[in-house]
Design a protein around this ligand. Structure first.
Ligand SMILES: NC(=O)c1ccc[n+]([C@@H]2O[C@H](COP(=O)([O-])OP(=O)(O)OC[C@H]3O[C@@H](n4cnc5c(N)ncnc54)[C@H](OP(=O)(O)O)[C@@H]3O)[C@@H](O)[C@H]2O)c1
Length: 401
């Protein structure tokens, strides 16, 4: 009998975490065994997932949620409980064959790194980690013999059709973008876009942060950077095309003119299943793709004026050093500011650009990225700059188009 694959899910209560656990629940008995699950605040959901999947260890980040978690698991003494950010890192260290890194944002850096250091398989959903510390993560993965399995649908698509034996035969890759809810909106209309407009994604159901990132196309900017690291490509070989139906997820163009693509219904359980079963395949309960029902597939060039995120992302890759981590942190703070109603929709990209500029002349900003400690320091300092900017948002208003 084949031993069960030991699985941990970091960010178990989120959209990707829940989709991962849904696949595990539906798999044949004995195929997977859950080691550790983590969340930040949602004690009730974490406890019920832990009971349902017979997890051995659960960790919650926010100490204010500790009491709720303990009460919810009071009749399950077999489930060990950890509290606080260090406990999440501890969960990531528990021996597992496969870990899903699905914490949102740079908060996932330390736990993802701890999971990566196990030297097993790491399913990478948390793109922000690669954006902040791509060179360090890739070096560490190589040193530890870790197999990185891309989970973002576009990167997973490229991973499935990328000839790793012959990378020299690859001309470029293409990531598709749905274009988000504002694909057809004018700049004027986008200026007054509300929270609920931005959260109404046309094709994907996801957590709030990535949904806003899709509306600004920051998500695609982050993904260009992620793709450069995962596939060892220069940014000029990572192309983006808007594809509103979200059926073609990614493509690889070879030097003989062949373009290999991966297609599927827009359901994260396909890329997650592909990573979960890798190098095998497993059944996923997704709607079958019927191209004749879809009838047409459209492709458009992204609009850099209404969506400056792609231009900013390419600029930060060219700048290197701390710029990608500054870009990510400034975006996280701006998205949180927009969700709280503190800034307008167009202010998100404007504030990221302003923080990037301020970071260049900021005495408190580390100038190089030699270690993970540098990344944590850049992230912390960039958040301060971004919060200051939002608190005194006159400059911001001046630069919003
Ligand atoms: N959703 C998608 O379809 C999708 C697709 C591709 C890539 N991704 C990427 O996958 C990651 C997760 O996205 P998501 O949409 O699943 O996010 P989400 O639904 O917001 O879930 C985030 C998860 O992270 C936990 N978390 C949040 N802040 C944390 C902190 N400070 N410390 C520890 N844990 C924390 C949350 O716990 P609580 O529930 O307790 O708050 C939750 O379990 C992101 O990097 C995103 O870009 C997502």
């Amino acid at each position: 009998m084949i031993a069960a694959r030991r699985i941990s899910v970091l960010g178990a209560t989120g959209s990707v975490g829940l989709a991962t656990l849904d696949l595990i629940e539906r798999a044949e008995p004995g195929r997977f065994e859950v080691v550790a699950l983590t969340a930040n605040r949602n004690a009730a959901a974490l406890a019920s997932l832990a009971i349902q999947h017979r997890a051995r260890f659960v960790a919650i980040g926010d100490p204010a949620a500790a009491q709720d978690l303990r009460e919810a698991l009071s009749s399950h003494p077999e489930i060990e409980i950890g509290i606080g950010a260090d406990a999440i890192v501890e969960a990531a260290r528990r021996p597992a064959d496969w870990t899903m890194a699905a914490i949102v944002g740079a908060a996932g850096l330390k736990p993802t790194l701890a999971a990566l250091r196990q030297g097993r398989a790491l399913a990478f959903a948390n793109k922000e980690c690669l954006v902040c510390a791509g060179a360090l993560f890739m070096r560490e993965a190589a040193a530890c013999g870790t197999r990185l399995l891309p989970v973002d649908s576009e990167h997973n698509a490229v991973f499935q059709v990328f000839d790793f034996e012959r990378p020299e035969a690859i001309r470029a890759i293409t990531l598709t973008a749905s274009g988000g809810p504002f694909r057809t909106w004018s700049l004027d209309r986008m200026r007054s876009a509300r929270r609920e407009d931005a959260l109404a994604h046309p094709t994907w159901e996801m957590g709030a942060k990535i949904t806003i990132d899709s509306a600004t196309m920051m998500n695609k900017g982050l993904e260009i950077i992620e793709a450069c690291w995962l596939f060892d490509l220069t940014p000029d070989r990572v192309e983006v095309v808007v594809h509103p139906q979200s059926i073609v997820h990614g493509m690889v163009e070879y030097e003989d003119g062949s373009v290999l693509a991966q297609l599927g219904s827009p359901d994260m359980r396909t890329p997650i299943a592909s990573a979960l079963a890798w190098p095998q395949r497993m059944r996923a309960p997704v709607e079958r793709l019927r191209l004749s029902d879809i009838a047409r597939l459209d492709f458009e060039t992204p609009d850099d004026v209404r969506f400056p995120a792609l231009r900013l992302a390419r600029a930060v890759i060219a700048a290197g050093g701390p710029a990608p981590a500054v870009f990510n942190a400034a975006n996280e703070i701006a998205v949180a500011g927009f969700l709280k109603g503190r800034i307008g929709f167009l202010d998100i990209a404007a504030s990221v650009e302003e923080v990037l500029e301020r970071s260049l002349v900021d005495a408190g900003m580390p100038k190089t990225v030699g270690s993970f400690d540098d990344v944590y320091a850049i992230d912390a300092r960039s958040r301060e700059l971004a919060r200051d900017l939002i608190d005194t948002s006159a400059t911001l208003r001046a630069r919003t188009p």
